[in-house]
Design a protein around this ligand. Structure first.
Ligand SMILES: [Zn+2]
Length: 283
């Protein structure tokens, strides 16, 4: 499978000269399986550029279909929705999957940002494509073509967020953004959900020092990301969801420091990289 980053920033877009290399758009990742199946993980503002790219293929002709996996509905994970071009092409089909008590509630939450007070289109129903909202079922299994997807709940401040593990084409990808573990790092059940992944995309909003000042935000530090990667013995760790105030140089420092921490904690064999807009990784 190919994994492409379209937005890697947390909380709010942060365009400008200091964020040109890693990018300023908020969370959005796409996955293309060998059989052509498209998965989209989160729809922050990065989804706009993903949409432009998809419109060049089947989605531009109204013949595209994709599954959208939402970790949660905070702004930086859904604000790209109204600007995602393929939603406006009749014939395209989407299943939007998220964590909620039921599908109607998930739909109501997502419809709120489409209300006339916020956006002129007023409803997903007016966008053109067929969009079905589906709450993650109780067994937390999600079907999308040949991909086997499981959702794992993590704490995120006062709310909950879903991590997704995608198994397809003999490879595994875990997306775990916006995770606020208790002090001491991820619990055993979480480590089990990440175990042995070929790629772990993990929240790395803060340096350990900054997280200590902002525990109530429910987000991870570099320390948490490294801890999760080492304990789960993943093959590759992609740092993700950087604080909006971090410059490219700050993110470079996170990656360098992450390398040192991995080496010190028994993760010498784990590759580390900083997720950047436009970067595609082949698994
Ligand atoms: Zn976020």
């Amino acid at each position: 499978m190919d994994v492409t980053f379209w937005g890697v920033r947390g909380s709010i877009p942060s365009p400008g000269p200091a964020t040109v290399r890693y990018g300023g758009n908020t969370s959005c990742v796409s996955v293309r399986l060998l059989d052509g199946e498209t998965l989209i993980i989160d729809c922050g503002t990065g989804a706009r550029n993903l949409g432009i790219s998809l419109l060049r293929g089947d989605f531009g002709k109204g013949e595209g279909s994709a599954t959208v996996l939402l970790s949660h509905a905070h702004w930086d994970h859904i604000q790209g929705f109204p600007f995602f071009g393929p939603f406006y092409v009749p014939g395209n089909r989407f299943t939007v999957v998220g964590g909620s008590h039921n599908s109607e509630l998930l739909e109501r939450v997502l419809e709120r940002q489409m209300a006339a007070q916020f956006f002129p289109v007023q409803s997903y129903r007016n966008m053109g494509a067929h969009i079905e909202m589906r709450a993650v079922s109780e067994d937390r299994e999600v079907r999308a073509g040949k991909a086997r997807i499981t959702a794992h709940p993590n704490p995120h401040g006062p709310t909950e967020v879903l991590a997704y593990r995608i198994e397809a084409d003999g490879k595994s990808l875990v997306y775990a953004s916006d995770v606020g573990y208790e002090l001491g790092g991820p619990p055993e059940a979480t480590v089990a959900a990440y175990r042995g992944a070929d790629l772990l995309i993990h929240d790395c909003t803060f340096t350990p020092e900054d997280r200590a000042q902002r525990m109530n935000r429910g987000l991870s530090s570099l320390d948490d990301a490294v801890e999760a990667a080492v304990r789960a013995q993943v093959k590759r760790l992609a740092l993700f969801h950087y604080d909006q105030d971090y410059s490219d140089r700050d993110v470079d420092d996170l990656v360098r420091r992450g390398r040192r921490l991995l080496d010190e904690r028994g993760g010498k064999g784990i590759e580390i990289l900083g997720a950047a807009e436009g970067l595609t990784l082949a698994l």
